[in-house]
Design a binder for this molecule. Structure first.
Ligand code: PLP
Length: 563
């Protein structure tokens, strides 16, 4: 069954989460969506890859919000048998001195011209395993750090063994974030010098050979956000057939096992996900050469059917070569406005269905949806309610929000409660709705149906951000803090608008600047100059979507890292 994939060399792309489809909950957010978009672009461009991830049978979680604005988390079970086929192999890894069996499901991503990328979903839910081990691949980012380490053993070590067992020939391994770094330890075990050739004290491992096989993309600009494990726990959980602990300490840190360090030390090519993020990472990890390949999004996954039809008619070929969108200038304004009006109506229908609220299509809608966590500052908009009311009184607008907080992120959950308080406080003056259960489907409706996409993170913590790129494919400009991709994508007044400056200093200034851009630039343009507004919509399409897509990104990986 896999013969069509094993005849030639492939790039193995390892990621803890991969967003395959909106109804397959094997993703939590941006990292997984990027992974899915990367493989979708590879399928479209016939770049031979194979994805490796966990089955995450209980998903990330299903989000409900109670009447007080508190997040309720429910498991989101899915059945791999419905969407994927079983692979004819089982491999074992050693966990807590037990043998844990790992199976796999093969999911097929079909590209534009019929090329196909297989994705292996690793699964320990097998009758051979004890009850506890069967759960290892259930909860994405669930439970405690020992559970996380077990998942990372399955992903990294189990993943390499599964690729081998199935007969894949792997040219390079791409580590999407540090979660899969144990794969490099597994490769190290396969690259040992013969004992007789060693001088006393010399390492038996051929680390340069392993480095030449690994590419590492880091996503996290703060050390606290990176996976780190206590060695006492590591020795309890992972000691066994693949971990030479003295070698691990040399490569991953003496005090704790830092997965980012391990990945850095065993990869020849390392990159950040936007130019500024590469610079931040370079300062955090001096001594490593840090490249920058700015993220993108997959063109037709993130374009509403209304704009996709328009592009198909006016710029056929854009799905394969989104650079063609630079010719958006020649599309009549009315066609752009009509496509957007349709997407906006679809969003309003959805809001009505979910909340019973009828928003007004003649007023602009602002959208803010992403992981709810402190650094993303979803509350910045509400930092001065009086000012917000005054602006809305002069020129009315509406706001739609969505996003999940990680179950262990108490700060993020508190933010969701705060948002609900503000929504009630503003009820008479400014319609704000919060949609529970943010997922890919809702994301597409939001980024295509609103008029302006907002992003207000605390610099420099937004490594890239990708939802603004999705908005651009739908002619929706961003009003965003200059961080991550927006430092490269923002042309003031042409592709959207900047909040604050690129300087890392001034939180209070961001608030003031946000309100003043809203009041003096964005709303007057929307209400006062339809042609000027559509020019900005075209700017987002022609100058942002044409560039910030995963087709461009994966071509750069191919020529600079994979070859
Ligand atoms: C695109 C996407 C994200 C990431 O958005 P950011 O702007 O990078 O934070 C998160 N969740 C879902 C469901 C998405 O579609």
């Amino acid at each position: 069954m896999l013969q069509e994939f094993t005849g030639a060399q492939r790039i193995a792309y390892f990621s803890m989460e991969i967003a395959l489809a909106h109804d397959i909950p094997t993703y939590a957010g941006g990292l997984g969506v990027l992974a899915g978009d990367t493989l979708r672009s590879a399928a479209d461009l016939a770049l031979p890859m194979v994805g490796v991830t966990l089955a995450s049978r209980a998903g990330y979680f299903l989000q409900k919000i109670d009447s007080l604005g508190r997040q309720i988390e429910l498991p989101q079970m899915w059945d791999p048998a419905v969407h994927a086929s079983p692979a004819a192999a089982k491999v074992a890894v050693q966990i807590e001195r037990r043998r844990v069996w790992v199976g796999a499901w093969v999911y097929r991503i079909e590209g534009l011209a019929g090329d196909c990328i297989p994705v292996l979903l690793l699964d320990t839910d097998l009758p051979e395993n004890n009850v506890e081990d069967r759960e290892i691949t259930h909860f994405l980012y669930g439970k405690d750090s020992a559970y996380r380490l077990k998942q990372e053993i399955v992903l990294g070590v189990g993943g390499i063994r599964m690729l081998r067992a199935l007969g894949f020939q792997i040219r390079k391994h791409h580590l999407n974030e540090g979660h899969s770094a144990l794969l490099a330890m597994e490769l190290l075990n396969r690259h040992k010098y013969p004992q007789r050739d060693l001088r006393p004290g010399e390492s038996p491992y051929d680390a340069p050979a392993v480095r030449s096989l690994c590419i590492f993309t880091t996503h996290t600009p703060v050390e606290a956000g990176q996976d780190q494990f206590d060695y006492a726990m590591v020795e309890r959980v992972a000691d066994g057939d693949f971990m030479d602990m003295s070698e691990v300490r040399k490569l991953a840190g003496e005090d704790r096992l830092n997965m980012t360090r391990l990945a850095l030390n065993l990869s020849d090519y390392v990159n950040g996900v936007a130019k500024s993020h590469a610079e931040v990472s370079q300062r955090m990890f001096p001594g490593y050469e840090m490249h920058a390949i700015t993220n993108g999004v997959h063109p037709h996954t993130w374009t509403s059917e209304f704009f996709a039809t328009l592009y198909d008619n006016r710029m056929p070929g854009w799905r394969h070569e989104p650079e063609q969108l630079v010719r958006i200038e020649q599309v009549p304004d009315q066609a752009i406005w009509d496509a957007h009006a349709n997407a906006k109506q679809r969003l309003l229908d959805r809001v009505k269905e979910m909340t019973g609220r009828a928003l007004d299509p003649s007023q602009p809608i602002f959208g803010f949806a992403r992981r709810m966590t402190a650094y993303k500052r979803p509350d910045l908009i509400f930092s001065d309610l009086e000012r917000l009311r005054a602006i809305a009184k002069q020129r009315p607008f509406q706001l739609i929000m969505a996003g999940k907080a990680h179950p262990n992120d108490e700060g993020g959950k508190h933010l969701i409660e705060q948002l609900h308080l503000h929504i009630r406080e503003l009820a008479d003056d400014l319609p704000v709705v919060f949609l529970p259960g943010y997922d890919m489907l809702m994301a597409l409706d939001l980024v295509s149906g609103v008029d302006v996409w907002l992003n207000t993170p605390l610099r420099p913590l937004e490594a890239s951000g990708t939802s603004g790129m999705k908005a651009a494919f739908n002619g929706v400009p961003s009003l965003s803090v200059l961080d991550g991709w927006w430092l490269e994508g923002c042309v003031e007044g042409v592709t959207g608008w900047a909040v604050g400056t690129a300087e890392i200093c001034c939180e209070a200034d961001d608030q003031q600047d946000f309100y003043s851009k809203l009041e003096n630039k964005v709303l007057p343009l929307y209400y006062g100059d339809r042609a000027g507004w559509i020019a900005v919509m075209k700017g987002a399409i022609g100058k942002n979507a044409a560039v910030f897509n995963t087709h461009r990104m994966i071509r750069r990986y191919a020529t600079e890292a994979y070859m």
